[in-house]
Design a protein around this ligand. Structure first.
Ligand code: ZN
Length: 387
């Protein structure tokens, strides 16, 4: 039978990649925005984050060995099968199904999809509930190590006034890592004080919390923890609980603001705010680059094009009062890719908020962030995305 006409190919394409990952027992993948990322399951490849599955497009690729493709290609890669064998593994031996059988298969597939979506919604609500209970159990950060941490990072809070409401304190927060090859089992690797920051969703509700563990004896003010299961790796001491979908850490929102400055992290956005804030300007942290960028259109020649995938409804979009959105490009090992992602985020925002102005500022060596931002706000500095 010709490949193009074999109905089992369409059937194989209806197998959700996330289910296939389970069925093939591909381990170590982490869910980022719309993607599963982790070591490559290809023979002799491995690594940490070279391999990714785009859950929207249901395709995978590896940056190093170049393996890529659909469900059938993934089975070929992992099980070392040829095309016909992989197709049979996914969709059974070649045979003509009756129309009734085919309708039944499709009905079951729809049912599965609805169940998965309902599961995902339930998990998200549970995560939000958990984040809210973490927030409710935290304490005001006045006169705590949170003040010392921000001061150590060169971002001392104003004295004589209460700490801002986005920022709370936890005297003892547990940092855990998942046990390898187990489901929902964890090992505690650290317990100590933390700064807790509120993530608010587009509707203004608290949907998540961002936790930064503090160790004032370290240069950057955060504990250094060796990973118990990964050689030469440390455990990240920043963590998000709940949902960050389209949300932000709202550091500073003056009345009547119509400009928004957004960096990825709390510290980088606070650096922009340090000194004199620009008039009429809100400073929000986007939590992570994926949330600011959203999904991009991928394919040949599009890696650095920065074209948003408008089907992605989870990325950050500024509130309607924002007339000029300025993204700060943080220092990154791959500036070209970072820029493409920021561009995609800004272009999505412009498509959804007609009339929005958008710019990127990149604090280079010896450039003062405040000067850059003032230049961007007045259209004399920075890259404008509207051109
Ligand atoms: Zn690979």
């Amino acid at each position: 039978m010709m490949r193009e006409t074999d109905p089992r190919i369409a059937e194989a394409h209806r197998v959700p990649m996330a289910d296939l990952v389970d069925r093939l027992q591909i381990g170590g993948l982490v869910r980022t925005s719309g993607e599963l990322v982790g070591p490559c399951p290809g023979p002799g490849c491995g690594g940490n984050d070279r391999f990714g599955i785009n859950l929207q497009k249901q395709i995978f690729n590896c940056r190093i060995c170049g393996a890529k493709g659909d469900q059938i290609a993934l089975v070929q890669l992992v099980l070392g099968m040829d095309f016909p064998a992989a197709l049979e593994w996914l969709a059974g031996p070649a045979q003509q199904l009756t129309p009734e059988q085919r309708a039944e298969a499709r009905r079951r597939e729809d049912e599965n999809r609805r169940r998965r979506e309902a599961d995902a919604d339930r998990h998200r609500l549970e995560a939000i509930r958990r984040a809210r209970s973490i927030w409710d159990a935290s304490q005001p950060s006045d006169d705590t190590v949170v003040v010392d941490y921000l001061t150590l990072r060169g971002l001392p809070p104003k004295t004589g006034i209460p700490m801002p409401s986005w920022c709370r304190f936890e005297p003892s927060a547990r940092l855990v890592v998942p046990l390898p090859n187990r489901q929902n089992e964890f090992q505690t690797v650290h317990e100590g004080p933390a700064m807790l920051s509120a993530i608010h969703g587009p509707d203004g509700q608290l949907t998540g919390v961002h936790r930064t563990w503090i160790d004032l004896s370290q240069r950057k003010g955060r504990p250094l923890i060796r990973h118990p299961f990964k050689d030469d790796e440390t455990v990240s001491t920043k963590k998000v609980y709940g949902s960050k979908k389209g949300g932000a850490i709202r550091l500073f929102t003056p009345r009547g603001a119509d400009i928004m400055v957004m960096g990825e992290g709390i510290e980088s956005t606070l650096s922009a705010l340090r000194g004199a804030p620009m008039p009429g300007t809100a400073y929000w942290a986007g939590v992570d680059l994926g949330n600011m960028a959203g999904q991009r259109q991928m394919g040949r020649g599009l890696r650095y094009a920065g074209i948003p995938d408008m089907a992605d409804r989870d990325a950050f979009v500024p509130p309607v009062w924002v007339r000029h959105l300025i993204f700060i490009q943080d220092g990154d090992s791959e500036p070209r890719l970072t820029r493409a992602k920021l561009l995609a985020g800004l272009r999505r925002a412009m498509a959804l908020r007609p009339g929005l102005k958008a710019s990127i500022v990149h604090p280079g060596e010896g450039r003062d962030m405040n000067d850059l931002l003032m230049g961007a706000a007045h259209g004399t500095e920075s890259v404008s995305v509207n051109d």
